[in-house]
Design a protein around this ligand. Sequence first.
Ligand code: GLC
Length: 473
Amino acid sequence: MKILFVASESTPFAASGGLGDVIGSLPAALKKASPEDDIRVVMPLYGNMDPAWREKLTYLTNKQIVLNWRNQYCGVFSLVYQKVTYYFLDNEYYFKRGQLYGEYDDAERFAFFCRAVIDLLPTIDFFPDILHAHDWQAALSIIYLKRKYGLMERYADIRTVFTIHNIQYQGKYGFNILNDVLDLMPSDRNTVECGDCANLMKGAIVCADRVTTVSPTYAKEILSPKFSFGLDGVLHLYEGKLSGILNGIDRGYYDPAKNPELPKNFHVNDMTGKAVCKEELQKKLGLPVKPETPIVAMITRMVDAKGLDLVTLAADDLLEDDVQLVILGTGDYYYEDYFWHLADRHRDNCRVILKFDKVLAKQIYAGADLFLMPSRSEPCGLAQMICSRYGTVPVVHETGGLYDSIKDAGCEGGGNGFTFASYSAWDMLYAVRNAMNCYRDHAAWKKLVRRVMTTDFSWDSSAKEYLKLYASL
Ligand code: GLC
């Protein structure tokens, strides 16, 4: 099979969140599971791409891309990464910006990207059997394929999969851009119309052959208005093509036995290094060095969906205990402000670092004891899997992928973390305190950490599920 991923970001080139992690690791896992398949990825060439990677790209070709009256240059660069060909589409006017998204003309930028992907297939001489597009930024590639290119012989047989990584971000615009910017016809209005605007995610749901999301539970949740951000009606109509496949993580990138960023490496059979990582983390953050005090960590975008309202209700109470709380992340101003002041009130046992810092993140994953993820909703969530790899026990709200990946069985019951079912600050606090009690029982904790570290969060089984889905198409 020939498979083309279309996405707006990927590690290690340019990424802003979990989508990037998936696009940087799932293609390689597919290749490993099925070496005879030809797997390729296409994404924009951002101006802020890591220069070390930028240097490695090879220029292939270029083409003018026409969208209504616009006519724009598109260069094509490529690189083989983990046996997968990644294409980078170059147009400095659209992609040499300070950030990946959040620009005033995102609709135009990603319409250009999607049209270029489809237009370039003959130029790069790669007509995939499956075009697999991710999130709203790539939605138009499926819409163009279905509504504009499907009559052309070489395009007609391409089957499409659309994956929703987060239904909150849909790409919604006024109808005035339908023709001018998106180059769609009045007859396409139905396809993208949702409520009183043009909704690109909705259009891809309508046009794709299959729709997936990143955990089985989230696939059910988004059928309800509580989780769907307005798309439950459409998803009910197309429920037959909707399914959920749990993400995995890149076990090579997150490897406590090998990561050079850690003060000392460790392994499930030799955990002495983890104690060193904890001590060094306490020193680095200026916390009292106390091996017996549990460190509770959060590494998160500071937005409502991540359950931070619960933390704001319970944090002062929690910090009365013998515990150290470490929070790393950036986001909405009111949360940043709240956490800054929280750390100021609890100088002995709370540190808040308002940064996006990949190296410190790994040191926290490795040095902490507990990892808190109280997300209000979570399509999959990767941090609960990453912390597990570093022997840091997750405490999670039972929603979406958190529910699918973490099971609470009490301290000695064979689970791989602690969970709470209702979205309540006190239930969250209860779960954290349960975990801290277990932490004090050395023998039970050791067994739990072992179970947590050996839970299989690799891509192996999910990659097979994707391959089955592709084959069925
Ligand atoms: C989004 C979701 C997150 C998921 C990631 C990768 O960032 O919010 O839950 O893990 O995409 O699919």
